[in-house]
Design a protein around this ligand. Structure first.
Ligand SMILES: Nc1ncnc2c1ncn2[C@@H]1O[C@H](COP(=O)(O)OP(=O)(O)O)[C@@H](O)[C@H]1O
Ligand SMILES: [Mg+2]
Length: 249
């Protein structure tokens, strides 16, 4: 099952994605792959994982060396080998970082092969959680195009909700296929919750969960501590755990 977390920048995609990884990893029965698909992302930090190489770097390196590959070594097997090396394995989950998007020029062949490799890799997992770039272009260009559940994260502004509606349209335009799409309202406070539910109804997106403003999340980010280490009973994590239970029944 592939879950993509999207939304405007700064709305809390990485907070939701990392806590979702933790919720699913806690169950011990699943193999989980987290994909960091946002070039500005902090998913590895949020998950407390160090990344040495990204898929973007592998592509650049191989394109530079393409004429000097020893004979008999195919592009594909080389890319496959390098992608496996870029995979970071931890006890609860694995992580793959996409890195910077391709520069100008035609890298289509490399991208095509990489996409196939990642698609094949993803099939080895029960859950794949993708922290996407705000614009979704990454999702359509470089990682798998078929998403089971799209979570659109919004902050509590009306503009955030409008952007969420646009993301759904964008996903359709970019032909990212998804089975379900839900809204996650993040940083909610008591006085904003009801109004937001109304906005969501107006744009026709079902709210799957409301993540409260959480002082611990703010503090951990401020102190540079991994969100995956948040106290188990902190309100934001409890809320994301409930979302995980709804998605992963
Ligand atoms: N529920 C929350 N409570 C408190 N702070 C939050 C919450 N969600 C997000 N934040 C803060 O908002 C900022 C942006 O969150 P982040 O997940 O990095 O956004 P995105 O990945 O969408 O750009 C971070 O500094 C984070 O600490
Ligand atoms: Mg982020």
């Amino acid at each position: 099952m592939i879950i993509a977390v999207s939304g405007k920048g700064g709305t809390g995609k990485t907070v939701v994605a990392s806590l979702l990884v933790r919720s699913l990893a806690e169950r011990d029965t699943y193999d989980i792959l987290a994909i960091d698909s946002d070039p500005d992302s902090n998913l590895p930090e949020a998950l407390g994982v160090e990344v040495e190489r990204t898929i973007g770097e592998i592509r650049e390196e191989l394109l530079e060396k393409r004429d000097s590959l020893p004979p008999g070594v195919s592009w594909r097997s080389r890319l496959e080998y390098e992608a496996m090396r870029a995979l970071v394995e931890t006890e609860g989950f694995d992580l793959l970082s996409m890195g910077r998007p391709e520069g100008p020029g035609c890298y289509c062949a490399a991208n095509h092969v990489l996409r196939e490799i990642i698609d094949t890799l993803a099939k080895n997992y029960d859950y794949v959680i993708i922290d996407t770039e705000a614009g979704l272009e990454h999702l359509s260009r470089r990682t798998t195009q078929n998403v089971d559940t799209m979570l659109v994260v919004t902050d509590t502004s009306k503009r955030g909700i409008t952007t969420a509606a646009r993301i759904r349209e964008l996903a359709e335009e970019l032909q990212v296929k998804f089975r379900d799409i839900y809204l996650v309202i993040n940083r909610a406070t008591e006085d904003t919750e009801q109004k937001l539910q109304e906005y969501a109804r107006e744009i026709g997106l079902e709210v799957i969960g409301i993540v409260p403003e959480d002082e611990n999340v703010r503090r951990y980010d401020y102190e540079g501590r991994p969100l995956i280490e948040l106290p188990a009973d902190t309100p934001a994590f409890s809320a994301v755990r409930e979302i995980a239970e709804k998605i992963a029944r």
